[in-house]
Ligand binder design. Structure first.
Ligand code: ARG
Length: 572
């Protein structure tokens, strides 16, 4: 339990001991929510405003605060003062430093891990790219939020299944084969990869404007794929391979992996059971020849299950995929990390699951997020302004290398560090705000070593490593925690103490940015501490305490960065 929760629990206990008869007093959890860190440390380390109790106790707040402070006793808190309806807690700073550092250093980089999720499975559907389409900056958020949520859940002891629900089915693949047969070649596709496939697709549409008969040819090719024609099937499979080969480079740069690539086509033979069940349960109605689930009661347009020509839809496949995942993985939660534009789609088919009586419908969660724009320009594939992820990551590494060449020309393995810093800068930007907010990507912001950025946090980690390198041969005595009673060290310790709760909250809210915030706060607090205090003090016992704090900061930053998918170089 972190210090704030402990104080909240003790306060709740003190309350019920003092007024055993009173009704409607806040719980420890509620008190925890009311506790604040006063801006001025002279007002204590934590403050509890008692105003909420006035009604239940029929007493003026200053009197309540005074009574509680007099009744208070616990060694963790050195002193409690009543000031105008506030209880101000002054921690026993030395104990707090010892307890916090012992907890962090005993666990090391595993500090904050838990078995909260033991025996539970979380499926995560993220990245979920479309075959034969370019991987662009618009896919960054789904990829990185999903990847981070996977690591967060892993760290909390859940079993996780990362799924890349490939967009690998639809009439467009018939058109592509048609275009390939007419204007493409094996070598060009092998060499050009996705770019060449996109070229063929664009060409198809240009030509089809002039010659509408092409559309029929395209449809015929798709029919061949559906009918498992050998040639059609093998070209389609090959398009998939080439796309995945192209995107593998990006995934490798980002350090992202998946447990499954079962995409839309995987469910071709798994939709009938769903459709049959919908029919049996009387949920399907016919509308303009299509089979739909009416959702007017729920104030949504109908969810289309079968088109009038019998073709299945995106939602049909998502329903089949949910059934499959429930059966195979028996998930406790299935997260869909998909942009907010698909809000309605998910609300619709989640509702369909509910109407089918699947109590686990509530375990399917749409984790939505906002848009990304680049250097102030919004991106749109349609208008032709796109930024490819691979290009962005290339540039990031180059720019990082330029900065490193300027700042630390003698650094060993500069290229490797440039990769870690450049890619880190991109990921950090993506995960630095509440996920639902739109993001504007700017190079000078992302790579600013003094701002709230990956390079800043990574630099702080490297600084800790450098301090620790200096102490390897020092043979320091046991730490004297009195050396950590100052405001800067205490602010830092409070942040470290809260870190395990931040991870849990980030999981509960599906919000990696809370971890980004936490590592940034810790880095800032450490740098403040670093400038105010000599770490390698003349007094070796004081130095030992500050070195212990440095080691704890290093472990927590490294783990925090890992949780959001960013590497932490030891030298920068
Ligand atoms: N491929 C889809 C797209 O790019 C995203 C798929 C999301 N996952 C899902 N199960 N619907 O829009």
């Amino acid at each position: 339990m972190d210090m704030m929760s402990r104080i909240a629990a003790l306060t709740a206990e003190c309350l019920s001991n003092t007024w055993p008869e009173a009704q409607g007093l806040p719980s420890a959890d509620e008190i925890r929510g009311l506790l604040a860190v006063p801006p001025d440390p002279n007002m204590g380390d934590y403050a509890f405003p008692v105003f909420r109790l006035a009604k239940a106790l029929r007493m003026a707040p200053p009197k309540i605060a005074l009574t509680l402070c007099e009744a208070w006793k616990h060694a963790d808190v050195a002193r409690v003062e009543a000031v105008n309806g506030y209880m101000n807690f002054f921690l026993n700073r030395v104990n707090f430093a010892r307890d916090t550092l012992t907890a962090v250093l005993e666990a090391g980089e595993n500090y904050g891990s838990s078995d909260l999720g033991a025996g539970k499975t979380v499926c995560l559907d993220y990245s979920s790219i479309n075959i034969a389409k370019r991987f662009h900056i618009g896919h960054l958020s789904t990829t990185m939020i999903g990847h981070s949520l996977k690591r967060i859940h892993d760290f909390l002891g859940y079993k996780t299944v990362g799924i890349n629900h490939l967009g690998d089915w639809g009439t467009q693949f018939g058109k592509m084969i048609c275009a390939y047969k007419k204007w493409g070649s094996k070598e060009e596709v092998e060499q050009g990869g996705v770019s060449e496939m996109v070229r063929l697709y664009v060409k198809f549409h240009e030509e089809a404007e002039k010659d509408p008969a092409l559309e029929d040819e395209g449809r015929a090719w798709f029919k061949k794929i559906e009918d498992k024609d050998e040639e059609a099937l093998s070209i389609w499979e090959w398009f998939k391979d080439v796309t995945l080969r192209d995107t593998a480079r990006v995934y490798e740069l980002l350090g992202v992996e998946f447990d499954s690539y079962a995409g839309e086509s995987f469910y071709n033979d798994k939709m009938d059971v769903v459709i049959d069940e919908l029919r049996e349960k009387g949920l399907l109605t016919i509308s303009d020849g299509a089979s739909v689930v009416d959702l007017s009661e729920d104030k949504m347009p109908p969810c289309i299950i079968l088109r009038s020509d019998g073709a299945t839809l995106y939602a049909t496949r998502d329903l089949a995929a949910a059934f499959y995942r429930k059966n195979v993985y028996n998930f406790d939660k299935c997260l869909y990390v998909v942009a907010y534009q698909q809000d309605l789609h998910f609300r619709q088919w989640f509702k369909v699951l509910e109407k089918m009586g699947k109590e686990w419908a509530k375990d399917c969660v749409h984790v939505s997020f906002g848009m990304i724009s680049y250097e102030g320009q919004s991106l749109s594939t349609r208008k032709g302004y796109v930024v490819y992820l691979e290009d962005l990551l290339e540039q990031a590494q180059k720019k990082a290398l330029d900065i490193i060449n300027e700042k630390s020309p003698n650094l060993p393995n500069k290229e490797e560090v440039a990769r870690q810093v450049g890619i880190g800068a991109v990921i950090y930007t993506d995960l630095s705000n509440n996920r639902i907010k739109d993001i504007d990507f700017h190079w000078d912001r992302a790579l600013n070593f003094d701002g709230e950025t990956a390079p800043y946090v990574q630099y702080t980690h490297a600084r800790c490593c450098s301090v620790l390198r200096k102490t390897v041969d020092m043979n320091l005595p046991e730490a004297d925690y009195n050396a950590l009673a100052d405001d800067e060290a205490q602010a830092l310790l409070r942040l470290l103490g809260r870190f395990p709760d931040v991870i849990k909250e980030a999981a509960e809210k599906y919000e990696p940015s809370m971890i980004t915030r936490a590592v940034t706060d810790i880095a800032q607090a450490y740098n403040k501490f670093y400038y105010e205090h000599r770490i390698l003090d003349e007094d070796p016992a004081a130095a030992a305490a500050r070195v212990a704090l440095t080691r704890a900061v290093k472990d927590v930053i490294k783990r925090g960065l890992w949780l959001i998918g960013i590497e932490a170089p030891e030298r920068m």
